[in-house]
Ligand binder design. Structure first.
Ligand SMILES: C[S@@+](CC[C@H](N)C(=O)[O-])C[C@H]1O[C@@H](n2cnc3c(N)ncnc32)[C@H](O)[C@@H]1O
Length: 216
């Protein structure tokens, strides 16, 4: 299946729209099913070596809250970055900005760990390459994205009756815009001279990547 990036409905709805609220609730359940937050929390606990963490496309802040519950020291170091405003009672730093605006790029440049869940698939290769160029100060990257497989399109169809119409559409679009094998590190322009990385996929639709900068 060729990679195709198309607009997702959730990104164009006002945050308070009933379909947006229902779709974000679906996303929480899908994240739970995929185990993405559990994996990201575990990886951060084992691999973060100090400094700031920026979460790209932090959305409703669920990942941050899951991290703070397990690793409270990261609350003071965390920046959630998103186009939307901070969620109610958000306990850490938040930047409402486009990733590619000056505020967004400054937040990425200041971070030693950069994390994202279901976010990078929104972008075409030239934008991913632009993001890669912003990572010169980063030491750790942790990303969970859709794996672009027909199997997951079918899994999405099976879940369809339980999902809001926006999620049904966006899930299909997200899988088509997802990644396979080494596509993500290649699009970010990571060099094996500077980075050690691993990418793996499972049966529940996620492609997970960690990358650690080589010392010295
Ligand atoms: C599919 S949602 C994922 C939200 C959250 N990470 C999760 O797993 O539930 C994608 C998020 O990316 C944000 N987003 C999309 N394009 C963005 C951009 N250019 N800069 C910053 N945030 C962006 C959207 O507002 C949305 O909250």
């Amino acid at each position: 299946m060729k990679r195709r990036v198309k607009p997702e409905i959730l990104d164009s709805l006002p945050p308070g729209h009933p379909d947006a609220v229902a779709s974000r609730a679906d996303l929480r359940r899908l994240n739970w099913l995929m185990g993405n937050h559990r994996w990201l929390v575990r990886e951060l606990a084992g691999r973060h070596r100090g400094g700031r963490v920026v979460e790209l496309g932090a959305g409703g802040g669920e990942l941050g809250r899951a991290v703070f519950a397990k690793i409270p020291s990261l609350q003071a170091k965390w920046t959630g970055l998103d186009l939307v405003a901070a969620p109610p009672d958000w306990p850490a730093k938040w930047m409402q900005a486009n990733l590619f605006s000056s505020g967004g790029t400054a937040a990425v440049a200041a971070a030693s760990s950069v994390v994202a869940n279901l976010f990078l698939h929104h972008f075409e290769e030239p934008e991913l390459s632009k993001l890669g160029a912003l990572l010169s100060g980063a030491r750790l990257l942790l990303f969970c994205e859709p794996a672009r497989r027909v199997l997951h399109q079918w899994q999405g169809r099976l879940l369809g009756p339980m999902l809001n119409r926006v999620t049904r559409h966006d899930l299909h679009v997200s899988v088509s815009a997802g990644f396979l094998r080494e596509e993500l590190p290649a699009a970010l322009g990571l060099s094996p001279r500077d980075w050690h990385w691993q990418v793996h996929t499972g049966f529940r639709g996620s492609l997970r990547m960690f990358a650690e900068r080589k010392e010295g």
